[in-house]
Design a protein around this ligand. Structure first.
Ligand code: GLU
Length: 275
């Protein structure tokens, strides 16, 4: 373990852990002192039985972590404060667009081919410029990325992941854009919560799958706006099935539960994920 390195494993209890989660947790535990965080802001999809299964499966794998475990559902007030701070900076706006509205706006003749960012279609900016005071029930809150860069007075974002990575303002605006910071009925989002919590847990090395690499630019921008330190990152390879498809929670056949039931040992799991 690297001295002084603090890592985290941050599963969402929306299903059983599969081999991809096992790999992610083992990478976090090998890279540093691993903290556990339960990312359960999505009250509709998160289930207590999946949270219980996370603890059980990780212990079975031989992992250990300090208590108490951070649970995002306990921290909604903290995310609300962070959102208020961003609103105070003038870099947020409410948005009532449905997915259909966004698609329709992007199919207008003057728009080029729609671009997919880390969160789906890059938002065309229909509600940009709306004042926070105009918020209506059911609105989401978006980041005004252009204003955010204006405020930073810097056109470059950077982080380290086995060396330096850089993204400029134009690439962010074109390829990522005005992402949602507070989802409907949640008051926060994955992006906002993860940034606030990685800082609160003093994580020095964020280990997670390569599928989240592009989201890291959103996190770096939010860290800059919230005056939080940017940790180092390690985006690891993804575990795929025989067809080369990334494993998902619905692939129950690859759940640790199922493999355990078939007699697999923790050592077998390491072998299966190539460790
Ligand atoms: N909760 C996220 C997931 O289960 C992980 C987020 C992260 O590691 O930043 O995919």
């Amino acid at each position: 373990m690297a001295g002084g390195t603090v890592t985290r494993f941050a599963p969402s209890p929306t299903g059983l852990l599969h081999l991809g989660h096992a790999y992610s947790a083992l990478v976090a535990a090998e890279a540093g002192h691993m903290l556990l965080r339960i990312e359960d802001i999505d009250g509709d999809r998160c289930k207590p039985e999946f949270e219980a299964a996370i603890y059980d499966d990780l212990r079975w794998l031989g992992l250990d972590w300090p208590e108490p475990v951070m649970r995002q559902s306990d921290r909604l007030g903290i995310y609300a404060n962070a959102l208020d701070h961003l609103a105070g900076l003038g870099v947020t706006y409410p948005c009532s667009c449905t997915r259909g509205d966004i698609k329709a706006a992007l199919s207008a003749p003057q728009e080029g081919a729609p671009i997919h960012g880390p969160d789906g279609l890059v938002y065309p900016g229909t509600c940009r410029g709306r004042r926070m005071a105009s918020i209506q029930p059911g609105d989401v809150i978006r980041l005004d990325a252009e204003r955010a860069f204006d405020l930073l007075g810097d056109n470059m974002l950077n982080f380290r992941d086995n060396g330096p990575h850089v993204l400029n303002r134009d690439a962010f605006l074109r390829g990522i854009g005005d992402v949602v910071l507070a989802r409907k009925g949640m008051g926060t989002s994955y992006h906002l919560s993860v940034v606030v919590d990685d800082a609160a847990q003093a994580i020095t090395l964020v280990t997670r799958g390569l599928d989240l690499f592009d989201s890291t630019w959103i996190h770096v921008l939010l860290q800059r706006l919230l005056d939080l330190q940017t940790p180092e990152y390690l985006h690891h390879r993804l575990i795929r099935d025989e067809a080369g498809k990334r494993l998902a929670k619905r692939d129950d056949a690859r759940s640790l539960r199922e493999l355990r039931g078939q007699g697999a040992s923790p050592a077998d799991i390491r072998t299966l994920v190539g460790l």
